[in-house]
Design a protein around this ligand. Structure first.
Ligand code: CMX
Length: 136
């Protein structure tokens, strides 16, 4: 169903401090930085093999990642699986009774099409499906 892990999302309080840890201590190269207004986050992608680590910090306390940090503190936020056909994958998941948080894909980082699956359907892990934009 999925090609590979696209990225692992980690919620952080301070993006620059987190980048320093992952880049300077753990040796991952920063590849991309973007404010994804619609989803209320500043995000950084770091390279790790074929996939990425995605650091997420909230734009405000009211957003989803802000609420997550308040409730849980910094840590693992979601796992994202890559597909080249998100519409078909969502149809297949729906057909199997999986509860979707996004019935239709929306735009994620770097122009990708993304949709989230309810963690109740995926063993408590917030799961994202990603169809990368062409060239990524
Ligand atoms: N881990 C586990 N459970 C989580 C969770 C997480 N990280 N985030 C939310 N949940 C749970 C909630 O507690 C809630 O559970 P209940 O229904 O039992 O109460 C459920 O999932 C739905 O969460 P919600 O916030 O009520 O639902 P919304 O539809 O408002 O938002 C979601 C859903 C997951 C998309 C949003 O909360 C979120 O996290 N948005 C940020 C998305 C993001 O990380 N974007 C990054 C850029 C995109 C990219 O990667 O390209």
């Amino acid at each position: 169903m999925f090609g590979r892990i696209d990225h692992i999302g980690v919620a952080v309080e301070d993006l620059d401090q987190a980048v320093t840890l992952y880049r300077d201590v753990l040796g991952m190269r920063e590849q991309h930085r973007e404010t994804v207004e619609d989803q209320g986050v500043d995000a950084v992608l770091l390279e790790i093999g074929e996939g990425h680590l995605e650091l997420l910090s909230p734009l405000g306390e009211g957003g989803a990642v802000g609420k997550f940090l308040k409730r849980n503190g910094p840590g693992l936020h979601h796992v994202a699986y890559q597909t080249d056909d998100i519409d078909t994958r969502l149809g297949e998941l729906r057909g199997q009774g999986v509860r979707l948080l996004d019935e239709e894909p929306r735009i994620g980082i770097r122009g990708s099409r993304v949709a989230f699956v309810h963690p109740k359907s995926t063993g408590g892990v917030l799961t994202e499906i990603v169809e990368p934009a062409e060239g990524h």
